[in-house]
Design a protein. Structure first.
Length: 382
């Protein structure tokens, strides 16, 4: 099943930009030319979803979360390829056949692989682009510091390679714990992360912050790391993943969660985070354009625990940004308008993610993108 793009002038320009050499870091730069970590808004060949099933923590709410995944699958597959990881490919395939239009189904492939859970952002490949192909970086996923079982999730990438799903050279980094949701990238040699996460217990001890930064630069072929030292969300299991707090956007822009309610428990930490973002500078020494996203309305589980609702957990796909919503029309619309400023050339598409935060994640946590040329069976027609 192939994806069909109309090769417009805009897409040709995007593809050309993707292949231009970038500033490099680390010893590998002499081995593979023009190696870089692309920004999420760069042209993609497709997205991975790891589908919920009855053997995951979603079992009590499987019907409700499946509806959310169907919505995500529709919006993605209308625009690019979608690969779905599931131990039940026949059942999922039949469901999608009943619910999605043929033009969406034509872009979907199902892969019979077991999983512990559904958070593809954190167990999926981190993919680099080079002038001669892609590098598929496989890091260790250990359930966010051994909080949850992850042995099946940690094998998904190798299964995809063994099934011949992806183009690219596999690169083993299974001795280093790194989740996709813990880093943000501008595609030009800068990544942003949080010290709360990368220095958290049960990840990469006894490495120091300097040693971790050195590995990030070498493995991801980036020039520098911006460390956020403040910010958290109540109910978050990830030790403050950056994709719940602050996101890199086109044109040296950062969209971030802003809390204006002094009575909210997050106020002080997010204020300090905002102040630190104001101090960050681009590679050219200029301040970033900062676009605040509203703090989502407090949502609680049945035990009265606050859930980590955040508008920062959006997903960039070709031509669109999928934005999580939380059943609060005023704040949802405010967030949409702010994201439209950050992505003026993209369509902002709302997806109700109230069910996702019940398991302490949201939309971006659920998906991992692949750059152009990585997913096999692409058919680009002129």
């Amino acid at each position: 099943m192939g994806i069909h793009y109309k090769l417009t002038t805009t897409i040709i320009e995007d593809l050309t930009n993707e292949l231009r050499p970038e500033r490099l870091a680390g010893p590998e730069q002499s081995e593979i030319r023009a190696t870089h970590l692309p920004a999420e808004w760069a042209m993609q060949s497709g997205v991975q979803l790891t589908w919920p099933h009855k053997a995951t923590d979603w079992a009590p709410t499987l019907k409700e979360v499946t509806e959310c995944y169907i919505h995500m699958a529709l919006e993605i597959s209308l625009r690019e390829r979608l690969i779905i990881i599931t131990p039940e490919p026949d059942a999922v395939g039949q469901l999608l056949k009943e619910r999605l239009p043929k033009r969406a189904l034509a872009n979907i492939s199902l892969h019979n692989i077991p999983s512990n859970d559904t958070w593809a952002r954190d167990h999926g490949f981190i993919t680099l682009k080079t002038s001669i192909g892609a590098l598929l970086l496989d890091f260790q996923f250990n359930g966010w510091g051994k909080k949850f079982p992850a042995e099946l999730d940690n094998q998904i990438n190798r299964e995809l390679v063994s099934q011949g799903v992806l183009n690219g050279q596999y690169e083993d980094h299974l001795d280093f714990v790194l989740e996709g949701g813990s880093i943000e990238c501008d595609g030009r040699g800068t990544i942003m992360t949080t010290s709360k996460c990368l220095l958290a217990p049960n990840r990469n001890q006894p490495l120091s912050q300097a040693e971790i930064e050195d590995r990030l630069k070498r493995y991801l072929r980036v020039e520098r790391v911006l460390w956020l030292d403040y910010g958290y969300l109540a109910g978050d299991d990830t030790d403050s993943h950056i994709d719940t707090l602050a996101r890199m956007c086109p044109n040296d822009t950062i969209a971030y969660v802003q809390c204006l309610d002094k009575d909210d428990e997050h106020y002080e930490e997010l204020k300090k985070m905002e102040e630190q973002l104001q101090e960050f500078r681009t590679l050219e020494g200029k301040p970033y354009q900062l676009i605040p996203l509203p703090m989502a309305e407090a949502i609680y589980d049945e035990d009265g625990m606050r859930l980590p609702a955040t508008y920062a957990n959006f997903l960039c796909i070709n031509g669109a940004v999928l934005m999580p919503t939380y059943g609060c029309p005023k704040l949802d619309e405010q967030a949409r308008q702010q994201l439209q400023q950050a992505f003026p050339k993209h369509e902002i598409v709302p997806v109700d993610c109230r069910i996702l935060i019940e398991q302490h994640g949201s939309l971006h946590c659920s998906a991992m993108q692949f750059p152009v040329g990585v997913i096999k069976s692409e058919e680009v027609k002129k």
